[in-house]
Design a protein. Structure first.
Length: 442
């Protein structure tokens, strides 16, 4: 986490102040349940809440205690005892450190997810707006980076919308899976604490009770959570890479917004670089970097070890802070993206109509030619255009003209039948259907 790629709300979720406040709330809610069960005095539970709520936890003091105890939860409980006084002896009754640490981690991940879901909603709204704006803006589709057939820029945005909508669903599911509470004591048997305490704390903290927690919440939940963040990061990178390609000088069909006074290069004043989407590509790699360690955390020794702990202390804040920032940056990129329809049309026409080759191929087969002969006839005319393009960068040979002059093609197709296959509208006739599938009925 560095300030350059962090946003305050998400950083606050992982601050020491936030963590210790959650630890206190877990302990205090447990005391409430213990008091209702008659295990500790109700007045003690009340005192713990009152003094704890009124206090500002001294992080330096907790760190000082931990330097001696070498145990963070004990250090916190010792400091809490300094605040609460004698009734602090009723805190942490029958509990173990993992009950506090794991339940707190769940709360933090839920809070972080809620922020990311809000980010996702903003991104989806931006993508949807641009999709409808360019629903019928025709551009060339590419396979292997090579001109294929026409699509629309709106369809590119619709594809992104559908992808991030799936990501949102995954994130909702990941939130539900990670939102569990464990207050089950050493090795998870509830030997020294009633399961009803866990149920009370879970409800109070907005979580569900972990069915069986050994001494820790099972880490397959966390593996799935961080894997979901990794998939979202990959989707961000996919869209970022698309924009980067579209901004290349030779293409320049879309471009990141270049603000007044912005500079692209310290050496070359003419440069307008896709720095935001390049940055998003890098940030996506950082989020995915956490996936493998999270998977490896699943295999702990017996009922518990702490080989997962150091990993999670880093990947919890780092991935959520980074992904929160990346989602917001992607929203800004999409919202302000400069789109150039005239350039799209110009690029599409540079190959002299080759984008219609499949339609001619199909027309020939439907007129009686074998597929092999039809492919040969279309390709030999297409290669004339392609070879001309290779030389000049803009084809001086026209595909339609070559086809009309080819006697073998004309044995099967009339001039009108050939010309009819050069209609761009043919390629966009189902755009409305696709939009309905993605966005629903408008």
């Amino acid at each position: 986490m560095i300030p350059r790629y962090s946003r305050p709300e998400m950083v606050a979720v992982w601050s020491p102040e936030s963590k210790f406040r959650i630890w206190f709330e877990i302990e205090a809610h447990a005391c409430d349940a213990l008091a209702e069960l008659g295990v500790i005095p109700k007045e003690a539970a009340k005192t713990i809440w009152e003094k704890g709520n009124a206090a500002t936890f001294d992080i330096d003091r907790i760190d000082e205690i931990e330097r001696e105890t070498k145990h963070d939860v004990i250090a916190f409980l010792t400091h809490l005892a300094e605040i609460v006084g004698p009734d602090a002896r009723f805190v942490h009754q029958g509990m173990t450190s993992s009950d506090v640490l794991d339940t707190c981690f769940s709360v933090q991940l839920v809070k972080a997810t809620d922020l990311m879901l809000a980010d996702m909603d903003a991104l989806l709204a931006a993508i949807k707006r641009r999709a409808f704006e360019h629903k019928k803006t025709v551009c060339i589709g590419r396979s292997h980076g090579i001109h294929a057939e026409p699509v629309t820029f709106g369809l590119k945005m619709a594809e992104a919308y559908a992808e991030f909508d799936r990501c949102r669903t995954r994130l909702v599911n990941a939130r539900a899976e990670i939102a569990t509470c464990a207050i089950s004591g050493a090795v998870g048997t509830f030997a020294n604490i009633d399961p009803r305490v866990e149920e009370h704390v879970a409800k109070a903290m907005g979580l569900t009770s972990e069915p069986v927690s050994t001494q820790v919440i099972p880490r397959d939940r966390h593996a799935m959570f961080f894997a979901t963040l990794g998939v979202i990061a990959s989707s961000i990178e996919r869209v970022a890479t698309e924009i980067r390609h579209l901004q290349r000088t030779e293409v320049l069909e879309a471009e990141e917004y270049f603000s007044p006074g912005q500079k692209g290069s310290s050496a070359m004043p003419h440069k307008r670089n896709p720095v935001l989407t390049e940055n998003l590509t890098g940030l996506s790699r950082l989020v995915r970097m956490a996936v493998t360690p999270a998977m490896e955390n699943v295999a702990l020794w017996h009922e518990r070890d702490i080989s997962h702990s150091s990993v999670e202390r880093m990947i919890g804040p780092d991935t959520t802070v980074t992904l929160d920032f990346a989602l917001a940056r992607m929203t800004n990129v999409i919202d302000k993206l400069m789109v150039y329809p005239e350039r799209m049309a110009g690029n599409m026409n540079r190959l002299g109509g080759l984008v219609h080759s499949q339609r001619i191929l199909l027309a020939l087969t439907q007129a009686g030619s074998s597929r092999e002969d039809a492919y040969r006839l279309v390709q030999r005319n297409a290669m004339k255009v392609w070879n001309s393009y290779q030389v000049s960068g803009d084809s001086e040979v026209d595909f339609l003209t070559e086809l009309l002059a080819d006697e073998d093609v004309r044995k099967y197709l009339s001039e009108t039948e050939i010309r009819d296959r050069f209609d761009l509208g043919y390629h966009t006739k189902h755009v409305d259907t696709i939009f309905t599938r993605v966005f629903g009925e408008s």
